[in-house]
Ligand binder design. Sequence first.
Ligand code: NDP
Length: 451
Amino acid sequence: MAVSEHVDFNQFMEGVKRRNPYQTEFVQAVQEVAEDIFDFIQDKEEYHAQQILRRMTEPDRVVSFRVCWEDDDGDIRVQRGWRVQNNNAIGPYKGGIRFHPSVNESVLKFLAFEQTFKNALTGLPLGGGKGGSNFNPKGKSVREIMRFCQSFMTELYRHIGADVDVPAGDIGVGGREIGYMFGQYKRITNQFTGVLTGKGLEWGGSLIRTEETGYGAVYFLASMLATRGEDLTGKTAVISGSGNVATHAAEKIVQLGGKVLTLSDSGGFIHDPDGINQEKIDWVKTHKTHRRGRIEEYVDAFPGATFTAGKTPWGVPCDVALPCATQNELLGDDARVLVANGCKAVSEGANMPTDLAGVHVFKNAKILFAPGKAANAGGVAVSGLEMSQNSGRRSWKEDELQQMLKDIMADIHKSCLKYGDQGGGYVDYVKGANIAGFKKVADAMLAFGVV
Ligand code: NDP
C-alpha cells in the first residue's frame, strides 16, 4: 500500500504523535524533516512502497538502564541512563553522550534522529545514535564525576563497540568524562579500541576534535555569506552558550574579522559592546571549564560588559547569530526580533536550537539559515576521522585533518545547494540538508530489503 495514496502529511504526523506520547522534542525533530521529505518523495514510489520514512522514525533500539553511584557523603544515588541506536544503515551508530538534568528519552531520540541525517551529510560511513543520563555534573566533585562515569560505562559497555556503536561527548561530557568512561571500558573488556571519540591525544584522540564543531559552524556561515558575495569582516555576531561549541565559534568569528557581542549560559547572557576578543574568550574557557564558574562573573573581569539574568541574547542587534547552547533556545518571537534587527544569517552550532516557529520565520524571511545537522557536522566529521585513525593505528597531521574537514564541510554546503536551491538567489538550507541526508540513508535501507 503506497503511503502517497493513503497517508497525507497531517495523518503521518498524527501517527508519530500517537506512537510517541509526551515526546515533544522527538516529534518536533521528525516534523521538521518530514515537512521537506514529504514533497521530495511524492513521485518516488519505491520510498513509499518500502515505508522508508515510517521506518526511519522508529529507532533500531532504545536501551534504558539504572546507574547507581556513591556520592562523597557515602549516600547512594540513582540515575537513569540511555543509549538510543537510531539507524545503522550506512555505518556503526555514532553520536554523543549528554549528562544534563533535562535528559530524557524524547531528547535523546530527537538527537539520535538528527544525528542520522547529519552523519549521512558528512559523507563518512556513520550511522546515528545518542546517549546520556539525567545526571547533573554541576556542583559534583571530580571523584563523584569519575564514579558516575565508571558506573555508567559498566552497563553501556555491552551495547557499544568500535564496529557497533561509537559514542563521543556532548553537553556535560568533555575530555575528562570521555577519559573516565574509556578507562572503565578498557578495564572491563581488556581491549584498546576506538570505541569512543573525543579521546585525549596521548591515547588515541585526534587533533582538531575539540574545536571543530564551533569552527565548522563558522566555516559553514562563511560559505553561506559567500553565496551573496559577503564575508565576516566587520560583521557583528550574537552567540549563545559558553561551552565547547560557543567558545570555539566565537574564536573563529574573531579570527575571520568579525566582532562577537554576546555569550550566555543557563543563568542569562553577557553583552560586551567592545567585542569579546581572543583574550576574553580564553578567560571564558578557563572560567567555565576549569573553574566551573558562571558567565555572569564576566562583567567583574571586563567591566564594559553587562549581564542580563534569565534571558537569551537574541534581542541584541547583529549581522549574524549562532545559537550554540541547547535545543529550543531560539523561539518564533526571537527569530522575528533577529530578522527585524537586520540579521542576515543564522548558523546553528547547537542541535535544534531554533523551534519550528523560528525555522518558519527564517524560511519566510529568506535569510541565510543553516540547520545544526549541516552547520555543526564538523565535530562528528572529525570523530569519523578519529575512528579511521584508530582502525589504521595511526595519527594524521593537523594540516591533513584540516584539509579533509574543509572538503567535508564544502561538500555538505554543496549538497544543501543541490537540494535546497529555490531559485531567485534563495537557498533553503534546511530542505537541502534534510533531503540530502534522507536520500543517502533511504537508498541504503532500500538495498537491505525489509529489515
Ligand atoms: P557544553 O556542555 O560545553 O556547553 C553547553 C552550553 O550551553 C553551556 O554554556 C550551558 O550553560 C549552556 N546550556 C546548556 N543547557 C542550557 C539550557 N537549558 N539553557 C541555556 N543554556 C544552556 O556543550 P557543547 O558546547 O558541547 O554543546 C552545545 C550544543 O552543541 C548542544 O546542543 C550539543 O548537542 C551541540 N553539539 C555539540 C557538539 C560537540 O562536539 N561538542 C557536536 C555537535 C553539536 P550552563 O553552563 O549554565 O549549563
